[in-house]
Write a protein that binds this ligand. Structure first.
Ligand code: SAH
Ligand code: SF4
Length: 371
């Protein structure tokens, strides 16, 4: 039985694991076996580590948690290329994790991007975001972030898809408000998990002091700033944190981050019809992006329950994109929109259908497959 004081395998130090093994009389080489198995997507529990004697894994299970997340539900979109996981944490809270497979095309190799949550809910309260409506319940632990990547890797493996190549911190929560969790999880993902920092993106709504700190950590992941507005007046409304850290200080921090890390800055723009899709905003955004040498990512807004807002019509979107001269722009397809796959939406949809009980278990599923 796993006990409450158990430590998490994915973030346990070598010293802690070595001591645990030694206390059970296991030889030192067991450490490397345990470490290797941690990152193998076909290993689903301590008891499935075939190299280790069953007696040893049973004993380790007393104080070692194989994973801190349990997949409570899975749903698929895009013919199975997008897999959305509802992950239950030890205290019954639930968070969302999404894995998106992009098959190889031409010169481009296949990639598999996992989107992780860093908090249960979020305190920032952007009015277009489903997670913002929940308020903040708590931050995740570093292991809960790392274990989302492991759970996603195993969900991909079960579908005979390849390993995780990219990680984006774009799920529920504000990664830089959960700073210690974000940095500790980045160190594990870029260290023992073997994912290059160049393939990891942290998205922030603009916690300026934390951007400066992250720039000095020596990690070197990409930073994405959720801009959504190019004037303080509009941004104060769309991203309430702007009232504390206004645009100029945010753009400065982003530019310094890019200079310190050598990583190109990304600016995210959730395009909302009639709100931030004007030619004036496009012009101001383009100028800002040129100055910061940033790349722009436009995401037409995913409609959320009870919101008067939504994506603009196609013509307005095209006109907005046309106004972004001299900058590189990608339009993110809203993957998985057909299964409530946008930020915070699977959970919200389940709660609304009264399928998600307060303890994080599911009542009989209809729209999603419980696993
Ligand atoms: N809190 C962080 C990271 C999580 S949100 C941040 O805000 O950057 C990840 C991205 O999804 C952000 O750019 C966010 O603005 C965007 N987003 C949130 N709700 C959305 C919606 N309804 N439609 C489209 N994008 C949305
Ligand atoms: Fe929080 Fe990001 Fe949602 Fe804003 S968009 S409420 S910062 S999760």
């Amino acid at each position: 039985m796993e006990t409450m004081s158990a430590i998490a395998l994915s973030t346990a130090s070598d010293d802690a694991l070595a001591a645990m093994l030694a206390a059970r009389g296991a030889p030192a080489f067991r450490l490397a076996q345990l470490r290797r198995a941690t990152w193998q997507p076909f290993v689903g529990g301590l008891g499935e580590i075939r190299q280790l004697p069953a007696g040893l894994t049973a004993a380790l299970g007393q104080e070692l948690l194989f994973s801190t997340v349990e997949v409570a539900a899975e749903s698929e979109a895009d013919q199975g290329l997008t897999v959305k996981l509802l992950c239950r944490l030890a205290d019954g809270q639930t968070i969302e994790t999404v894995a998106m497979e992009t098959p190889a095309r031409g010169e481009a190799r296949r990639r598999s991007t996992v989107c992780v949550s860093t908090q249960v809910g979020c305190a920032v309260g952007c009015p277009f975001c489903a997670t913002g409506r929940m308020g903040l319940r708590r931050s995740c632990t570093p292991a809960e972030v790392v274990d989302q990547v492991r759970a996603a890797a195993s969900a991909l493996h079960r579908r005979r898809l390849g390993p995780v190549t990219h990680v984006v911190y774009m799920g529920m929560g504000e990664p830089l408000a959960a700073y210690a969790t974000t940095v500790a999880s980045l160190r594990v993902l870029t260290g023992p998990a073997g994912i290059s920092a160049r393939r990891i993106t942290v998205s922030t709504s603009g916690v300026v002091p934390a951007i400066h700190r992250l720039a000095d950590e020596g990690i070197g992941c990409t930073l994405a700033i959720s801009l959504h507005a190019a004037t303080d007046e509009l941004r104060d409304r769309l991203v309430p944190l702007n009232r504390v850290h206004p645009l100029a200080s945010l753009v400065d921090a982003g530019t310094r981050y890019a200079a310190r890390t050598g990583r190109r800055l990304s600016l995210e723009w959730c395009l909302i019809g009639g709100v931030n899709d004007s030619p004036e905003q496009a012009r101001a955004l383009a100028e800002l992006a040129r100055r910061a040498r940033a790349h722009i990512n436009v995401i037409p807004m995913n409609h959320i329950e009870d919101s008067p807002w939504g994506p603009p019509d196609r013509r307005t979107e095209v006109a907005f994109l046309g106004g972004l001269d001299g900058v590189t722009v990608t339009v993110r397809d809203t993957r998985g929109a057909d299964t409530d796959a946008a930020c915070g939406q699977l959970r919200a949809a389940l709660e609304q259908r009264r399928m998600l009980r307060p303890d994080g278990t599911l009542s009989p599923p209809r729209a999603v497959a419980a696993v």
